[in-house]
Design a protein around this ligand. Structure first.
Ligand SMILES: [Zn+2]
Length: 460
């Protein structure tokens, strides 16, 4: 290639790359390095240096991948977690949970016009089975739905905005996945396709829960890749008719038994401080970030605190409880069952880790002004800011009965790249960031278990 032409090509490449979405740089965690309280210092140091969070996540991903509601892998992972925690010296129980059981079948999406091609596709969790052929109508909001979608396949080509925290943009985009089929069916659409909810894609379709309108028609619902969504949308915008055949063979089976895993470090009072994560994942990938990382944050926090309590002989003021919930992803069965089974206990505060294994940056908190000021004052020694925000789905039922809830907020800049896909695997985990998250969770539990009752008034 002649030099001027080569230069032009290179410049074109550079120019194009600058426009493509890129991952932001990884931030530094504000988590305290050496706190003044020696017990807190030993707990953080143990979680940071043991290597256990990373090792345990490796086992969870390797041996219990696709821990979806209704699977043997989910049940077996609960028994595994119980055994590991018992070897750590914790008192552990398995508590029964009946979980929804939906099974994915063969799936395909075939373009028949303007060209013949097989496309990547993944059924949304809970979709009905069916084979439909239709012309594609592209919309970018629910407001664009109308009589023109009658008898057609609706494609929601709604891009998840760039920028961090990604969770904020996820919340704004995910309704097209959860409600897209129900709303399109109201206007007579025959199927619903959603652009995968992610900021970046390497041709990865993302699944996730969806809900039908009980009064309406249930139409097949699936997600396609960002790449194909943009391509199809550009064809349709140029006036080209696009026809697709979507075939899904999923089935709904009767609910099956599963377990919540509950471990206690008894306190000197009966009040409970809870840290939790969900043991289940989607039926793709290994659930490494979602929520294997949260699971080992909680497991390692409990191990490090138990080690400190055993060595010092000093119990925490409140009982510290670690809970690994069954089935968050597909109906919150674990969180609901836990709240029902433990309704007579006083849960003073609960924290959930369900945003992946990135470096810990801040805490979310939700409660009364007195609860929030107590949370902020109690967590100050960790050095991570507390912001107003939700705790987590599994601890939602506790929040409804007045418990102060909190959530670990790690760097989530790449979390949604892998979320609910075959790419959510152990190789995406950074061992240092994971250990920092475990240390943060341990610090939260230790401080909230020992914090004096709020001066501002009743905290519950
Ligand atoms: Zn999750």
């Amino acid at each position: 290639m002649p030099a001027p032409l080569l230069l032009a090509v290179l410049l074109a490449c550079v120019h194009h790359a600058a426009l493509a979405p890129v991952s932001p740089p990884v931030p530094v965690s504000p988590l305290v390095k050496s706190p003044s309280d020696p017990a807190l210092g030993r707990i953080l140091s143990s979680a940071r240096t043991s290597g256990e969070a990373y090792a345990r996540l490796g086992v969870l991903c390797r041996n219990y991948s696709r821990r979806f509601a209704g699977t043997k892998a989910l049940v077996d992972s609960a028994v595994w977690a119980q055994g590991v925690w018992e070897r750590d010296g914790l008192k552990v129980s398995l508590e029964p949970v009946s979980v929804r059981h939906w099974v994915r079948g063969a799936e395909s999406l075939t373009m028949t016009a303007p060209v013949a091609r097989e496309l990547g596709v993944i059924g949304l969790g809970g979709t009905v089975a069916g084979t439909v052929t239709g012309t594609v109508v592209v919309v970018r909001s629910f407001d664009e739905l109308g009589p023109q979608v009658q008898g057609k396949i609706v494609l929601y080509d709604v891009a998840m905005p760039q920028g961090v925290p990604s969770i904020k943009h996820y919340g704004a985009t995910v309704p097209y996945r959860t409600q897209g089929a129900a709303k399109a069916a109201r206007f007579g659409a025959v199927a619903s396709l959603t652009r995968s909810v992610t900021q970046r894609s390497l041709y990865t379709p993302h699944t996730g829960a969806m809900h039908y309108d009980p009064e309406g028609t249930s139409i097949p619902a699936a997600a396609i890749t960002v790449e194909d969504s943009e391509w199809i949308a550009s064809l349709v915008a140029a006036g080209t008719e696009v026809t697709l055949t979507l075939a899904l063979a999923s089935q709904d089976l009767p609910p099956t038994p599963s377990w919540n895993v509950v471990a206690d470090i008894p306190g000197t009072s009966s009040e409970v401080v809870l840290i939790g994560a969900h043991l289940d994942s989607w039926d793709v990938g290994q659930g490494a970030h979602d929520d294997g990382a949260g699971v080992v944050h909680v497991m390692e926090a409990m191990r490090a605190i138990q080690q400190e309590v055993a060595a010092s002989g000093k119990r925490p003021a409140r009982t510290i409880r670690g809970v690994l919930y069954a089935n968050e992803e597909f109906g919150l069965d674990g969180g609901k069952a836990y709240a029902l089974a433990h309704a007579n206990e006083v849960h003073i505060a609960a924290m959930e880790s369900d945003l992946g294994g990135g470096v810990p940056l801040s805490w979310d908190g939700k409660g009364s002004p007195a609860q929030m000021s107590w949370l902020g004052a109690s967590l100050a020694p960790l050095g991570m800011p507390v912001r107003e925000g939700g705790g987590g789905a599994d601890i939602g039922p506790l929040e409804e009965s007045g418990t102060l809830v909190s959530g670990l907020r790690p760097d989530d800049s790449s979390y949604f790249d892998y979320h609910h896909t075959d790419a959510d695997t152990f190789d995406k985990i950074d061992s240092h960031a994971l250990a920092e998250g475990a240390a943060a969770a341990a610090g939260w539990a230790w401080l909230m278990a020992n914090a004096p009752a709020a001066a501002a008034g009743p905290i519950r």
